[in-house]
Design a protein around this ligand. Structure first.
Ligand SMILES: Cc1ncc(COP(=O)(O)O)c(C=O)c1O
Ligand SMILES: [Zn+2]
Length: 431
């Protein structure tokens, strides 16, 4: 966090815990306020994201209601089944949203057999409306931002977030402004542009785009940059990955989970989701280990883990895993906290291993994940080989995006056969 994090802002859309029309209190379900993750100071709910005392990041706090498994099971087949545990209006399921979540948890026996594992699952978030887990965080950010009176949905993005913001804004009928590094995969550029919002490609890397977004957030008080000025709400959306995994395992927690890391928010919030389910008595308390996965060409958190640092030293990304190419990850130190506390690890794999692992996942399991999925499977293999992951323990890996959006990564190594004549002889001659 830098000193440009100017919250609390008296000039925010509705500072002072007010709702969008300025007449009533801001109600975001059972959320009660925002707490600094560094010094513990609290502030009322509002468009704030950095602590006014120490500039630490703010996190949503709650007074949760009693909630049973049956209550959740009676909810919609999307993330709003967990609405009581999110900072959103409690009638959110009746509003127009992209309805992300409740993606499949695939029993991965094929991949497990390849890797000598006993019980492996893939949480396949490519099944979301814009084919990545980002639809979850954007839906929560949009719901909170609307309550706070923001008019425009915006983001700096490594690709998938831009897809999700542009689509969610189109669905809600509001303007979007999304900004990405210009050198993204063609599929991610096209699948964002098609939604018709304001689409800015920037000659620079993600960290340059993020800096520009922070400056713009200061200029446009009614623009909600989902991962900047409404980040506390946005990040909560990833808890639903943890909730769903526990519910889909039959209301239990796995022993080990491997999560791709860019900013690190997803990993930190999956762990928070598990903890909240334990706290609410929805699953039995047990130990779990959280592992983080990065590409070697952008591995600042993996480096900090290996060297025993508490801080993450920024790097300049250079990897085909562009969705994970954040050189200065906002939640990096919190990833280190989670993996160290749970007995996990963070590791990284080369681009060649990413491609090889994407192909292994597709070949062994029939799941075509994007480069981030290749990173996750690659780190799974690496940590198994190193003895840091237990092959006999129940393990979940996250496939956070769709391989169709990163075709250029596999294109050079996939063989496409020459066409044959439509005759039996031609078939038999070649196959
Ligand atoms: C497909 C995919 N997986 C994982 C991540 C990492 O998420 P986080 O920034 O929360 O660590 C991203 C981030 O852009 C992504 O697009
Ligand atoms: Zn603080």
């Amino acid at each position: 966090m830098t000193a440009q994090t100017d919250s609390p802002r008296a000039d925010g859309p509705r500072a002072g815990g007010q709702n969008a029309d300025g007449r009533g209190p801001l109600r975001l379900g059972h959320a009660t306020g925002l707490t600094c993750r560094e010094c513990g100071s609290t502030v009322e709910l509002g468009p704030y994201y950095a602590c006014s005392e120490c500039f630490g990041p703010l996190e949503v706090g709650y007074d949760f209601p009693r909630l049973t498994r049956a209550d959740i099971e009676a909810g919609p087949q999307n993330i709003w089944r967990y609405a009581p545990l999110l900072p959103v209006p409690q009638d959110i399921a009746t509003r127009t949203t992209t309805e992300p979540g409740y993606t499949r948890l695939v029993r991965a026996d094929g991949l497990a057999a390849e890797l000598g594992m006993r019980r492996l699952w893939i949480k396949d978030d490519s099944g979301n409306p814009t084919h990545s887990f980002k639809d979850r965080v954007v839906a929560v950010a949009l719901a909170a931002a609307t309550e706070m009176g923001f008019k425009v949905l915006a983001c700096p993005s490594t690709g998938n977030l831009a897809n999700a913001v542009a689509a969610a804004a189109a669905r809600a009928g509001i303007r979007s402004v999304v900004m990405v590094p210009a050198n993204l995969e063609e599929q991610k550029i096209l699948t964002t542009a098609v939604y018709g919002g304001t689409f800015v490609t920037v000659d620079g890397n993600y960290d340059d785009v993020n800096r520009l977004a922070s400056e713009l957030a200061g200029e446009h008080e009614d623009w909600a940059f989902v991962n900047v000025n409404v980040r506390p709400y946005y990040a909560e959306g990833s808890k639903t990955l943890g909730f769903e995994i526990a519910e889909q395992l039959g209301w239990r927690l796995p022993d080990q989970i491997v999560v791709p890391v860019a900013s690190g928010a997803q990993l930190v919030k999956i762990d928070k989701g598990f903890s909240e389910f334990v706290g609410l008595g929805l699953v039995e308390s047990k130990p779990w280990k959280v592992f983080g996965a990065q590409a070697t060409g952008c591995s600042p958190v993996s480096e900090a883990f290996a060297k025993g640092w508490d801080v993450v030293r920024p790097v300049k990304p250079d990897t085909i895993a562009k969705s994970l190419a954040i050189g200065n990850p906002a939640d990096g130190p919190y990833v280190l906290d989670v993996v160290r506390r749970t007995g996990g690890a963070v590791a990284d794999v080369s681009d060649a291993e990413v491609v090889d692992s994407m192909r292994l996942l597709a070949r062994s399991q029939g799941v075509f994940g994007e480069t981030a999925g290749g990173v996750t499977v690659g780190v799974l293999r690496k940590l198994l080989a190193a003895g840091q992951l237990d092959p006999d323990a129940e393990t979940v890996i996250i496939n956070s995006g769709d391989g169709l959006k990163t075709l250029s990564a596999v294109a050079p190594s996939v063989t496409v056969p020459d066409a044959i004549k439509p005759t039996l002889e031609a078939f038999q001659a070649q196959y």
